[in-house]
Design a binder for this molecule. Structure first.
Ligand code: ASP
Length: 412
């Protein structure tokens, strides 16, 4: 997985933002770019950045007459099967108990059906399980143990989804809290060190903390080249997901979203990804939309459904997505101190082939949030940002001092 690092904020929200979301001044310069799809083509597939490796084959399948939902699932199955993508499927970062729990949902435009599964353990391809719920039950959503038993009944193999790589990161996360619980080296361990004096400057405290964690990562057997990345995941538990929408030449359209959700979440937590209307929504008359980012915030604005309804009432894909983002901003009364901890990207595809990717935060200078499009040529495109700067990860650890940020290889 390429975890987008939003940790050390170089946020420069435009001064006017807090004064009036919804006014042009609230928008970053990027919003003034032309909509990417001025002359829409079909077929077209749009997905999150981590679908780049699997989109080509899925596009060929779609162009060859394959079903739109099957094509979208071909895209997201790539990251689900990839043990190195630690945000989806096999190798996803686990919940706080060290158990991988996956969420997914899908909508099939041509037959106007939907399926969804939440908090599923031991089954890798939950996108396909959500499709099986749609095809083999009279329900729309199954969760937890019942969803797992259903998956096994229809032929999915049970397997251990926790890779060694993800298990070690989880253990490092447990041990990071070891001055507050009984995990990690205890008092009798030769490596135990007394807590740093309160008076120590922040920069030194951070240097110590990072070095201690890196050392623990080494002790746990994490490869040297991955130790700092593991430390980052512990300090700032990542999110990550994949959404994909696919439209064929005939104008049929479908969507799917799949994820392991927030790293180290509470067991049983479902984010937006399995919620029809939040993580994904498709209406054959209008188009399709999906989301990655802060699931709790997206559920509250029913993001994907809001976007599709906006397009139904005449908004362009970009306008429709921006409106949903502004609703998230409105839910916090434009309070940037809180919004800094929210991230959200929407992937939007209209029935005529027009599309957009929009993000609450534009992304780091020179590194905007990106999405993938294939309409004959596969490519990354920058998402259009509502606000300038980057989101910060939750939880809000003490700010890392600027002078340390400048030199630390940790920030590269
Ligand atoms: N939306 C996902 C969730 O909240 C996480 C993500 O997209 O990064 O579970």
């Amino acid at each position: 997985m390429t975890v987008s690092r939003r940790d050390f904020v170089k946020t420069s929200v435009l001064g006017a933002v807090a004064a009036g979301v919804g006014r042009p001044a609230a928008l970053s310069a990027a919003t003034e770019q032309a909509s990417p799809a001025s002359s829409p083509k079909r077929p077209v597939i749009i997905c999150a950045h981590n679908g780049r490796a699997s989109i080509e084959a899925a596009y060929d399948f779609l162009k060859g007459g394959g079903d739109t939902l099957d094509a979208a699932i071909r895209v997201v199955k790539g990251p689900e099967d990839d043990p190195n993508d630690d945000s989806v499927g096999l190798g996803g970062l686990p919940n706080e108990d060290g158990v991988v729990e996956l969420d997914a949902c899908c909508m099939h435009g041509p037959t106007r059906r939907a399926g969804s599964v939440g908090a599923v353990r031991n089954i890798k391809n939950v996108s396909l399980v959500s499709k099986a719920v749609m095809e083999h039950t009279g329900h729309v959503m199954l969760v937890g143990e019942g969803a797992e038993r259903f998956a096994v009944a229809v032929g999915f193999p049970r397997e251990n989804l926790l890779t060694e790589h993800s298990r070690k990161i989880w253990l490092l996360w447990k041990e990071f809290h070891s001055d507050r619980d009984w995990w990690g080296p205890g008092l009798a361990d030769p490596r135990w060190r007394p807590p740093a004096p309160e008076s120590k400057p922040q920069s030194e405290l951070w240097q110590d903390r990072i070095e201690q964690l890196r050392q623990r990562a080494a002790d746990l057997g994490i490869e040297p080249e991955f130790q700092l990345a593991a430390v980052r995941r512990v300090l700032f538990p990542p999110t990550g997901t994949i959404h994909c929408s696919a439209l064929n030449e005939k104008g049929e359209i479908s969507g799917v979203t799949t994820t392991s959700g927030l790293a180290f979440k509470l067991p049983g937590r479902c984010g937006d990804s399995p919620i029809i209307g939040a993580g994904c929504y498709t209406d054959q008359d209008v188009g399709s939309a999906g989301a990655t980012g802060s699931g709790e915030e997206n559920i509250k604005v029913a993001g994907a459904h809001t976007i599709v309804e906006n397009m139904r009432h005449g908004m362009s894909p970009q306008e429709a997505g921006m409106d949903a983002l502004k609703r998230i901003v409105r839910n916090y009364n434009n309070d940037m101190d809180r919004l800094h901890f929210v991230s959200m990207t929407y992937y939007i595809l209209r029935k005529d082939g027009a599309y957009a990717g929009v993000s609450l935060w534009q992304g780091a200078e020179g590194r905007p949030h990106r999405f993938v499009v294939h309409d004959g040529t596969a490519r990354f495109e920058p998402a259009v940002g509502l606000l300038k700067g980057e989101a910060q990860e939750w939880p809000p650890f003490p700010r890392i001092p600027e002078e340390l940020k400048k030199d630390s290889e940790y920030l590269k």
